[in-house]
Design a protein around this ligand. Structure first.
Ligand code: HPA
Ligand code: ZN
Length: 326
């Protein structure tokens, strides 16, 4: 209908996208063949049968397993380029993507190979697709803070190619405060900071990410609905929440899309917008997320426009570039 047409037509920004989560089943098989890797699944169909997740961890187990096909600079280029073509198709004109270096360096893939391939695609997309970008390096929170620190050291020669740091992976029992020192180093080096919090973890983790990591944005953050006072503060301070509707339903944060709180948060003045998280696994890219929302929650055109405006307002673009899209 009209709402879906409006969304397809509007320029949008995406602020929560794990590049490894854009690895589609056909590319898993193509890269495995190119690299001579034996996969534990006989076909794409058999792989996709495992996309029936019961929680965040059941997804992460498969997500990390599939990254084993990524070995060369060309692999990281091809992965990133395929995602950027989806951006072009969805009219996502600006994207701020995450990568998980530890899931590659732990397999012996050099940091330079990972960031080299990703950066080459981002640069080419700016020239050839008109898609601008930022790159955010995430630390895996299920691993010790010392590993994050070692990753920070490994990234030192590439800091001019990294715009921010983030925190992802298994949330429960891994509070943001564990990573306060490495986040302080990143801030001192002039990088932006963000953290996943309040996806499966409690609102207290959102509080910690704001107070101890001093993040510019919270990734997910939907469990803030359980803490009205924190919600009021986040609205007042305009701290963005990078919400991912299809992800939340597929990982069973919400049973169905019609109970998703994104519009309630928007109406309470929280700076929320729509993102795809791991689109190869969760049922689609940015426009598919909007379409699922439209079908389940019937947002008004004003609400849709507010979500799209928030995607630019919450970005790390400079003020002039932000306002050129508003
Ligand atoms: N949450 C935490 N870690 C992740 C996610 C997510 O949704 N996607 C990829 N890594
Ligand atoms: Zn995420």
């Amino acid at each position: 209908g009209n709402a879906k047409e409006l969304i397809r037509r509007l320029p949008k920004a995406e602020l929560h996208l794990h590049i490894e989560g854009s690895l589609e089943p056909d590319m898993v098989f193509a890269l495995a063949a190119r690299n001579g890797i034996d996969l534990p699944y006989a076909s794409q169909q058999e792989l996709m049968k495992r996309y029936d997740f019961k929680d965040l961890q059941s997804f992460l187990d498969l997500y990390y397993q599939a990254t084993a096909v990524l070995l060369t600079e060309e692999d990281f280029f091809d992965l990133t380029w395929a995602y950027l073509k989806k951006c072009q198709a969805d009219r996502v004109v600006h994207t701020e993507i995450f990568f998980d270096p530890q899931s590659h360096t732990s397999r012996g893939v050099p940091f330079a190979v990972v960031i080299g391939g990703i950066r080459r695609a981002l640069h080419m997309a700016e020239r050839e697709l008109g898609v601008t970008s930022r790159l955010i390096m995430c630390f895996l929170r299920h691993l010790p803070a010392a590993d994050a620190f070692a990753t920070w050291k490994m990234a030192a020669p590439f800091l001019n190619q990294i715009d921010g740091v983030g925190l992802d992976s298994s949330e429960r029992d891994f509070p943001p405060g564990l990573f306060r020192e490495v986040f302080a180093l990143a801030r001192a080096a002039g990088l932006q900071t963000v953290a996943h919090a309040g996806e499966e973890g409690p609102p207290a983790y959102i509080r910690e990410a704001i107070d101890l990591l001093q993040v510019a944005r919270i990734d997910h953050g939907v469990r803030i609905t359980e803490a009205p006072q924190l919600l009021a503060e986040v609205a007042e301070r305009k701290i963005p929440l990078t919400v991912c509707p299809l992800s939340n339903v597929r990982l069973r944060v919400y049973d169905t899309m019609d109970t998703h709180p994104i519009l309630a948060l928007l109406d309470q003045g929280v700076r929320v917008m729509v993102n795809s998280d791991d689109p190869a696994y969760f049922g689609g890219y940015v426009n598919a997320n909007y379409e699922a929302l439209i079908d389940a929650l019937a947002p008004t055109p004003e609400q849709l426009i507010a979500l799209v405006k928030n995607s630019f307002l919450s970005s790390f673009l400079d003020e002039a570039s932000k306002h050129s899209w508003l």
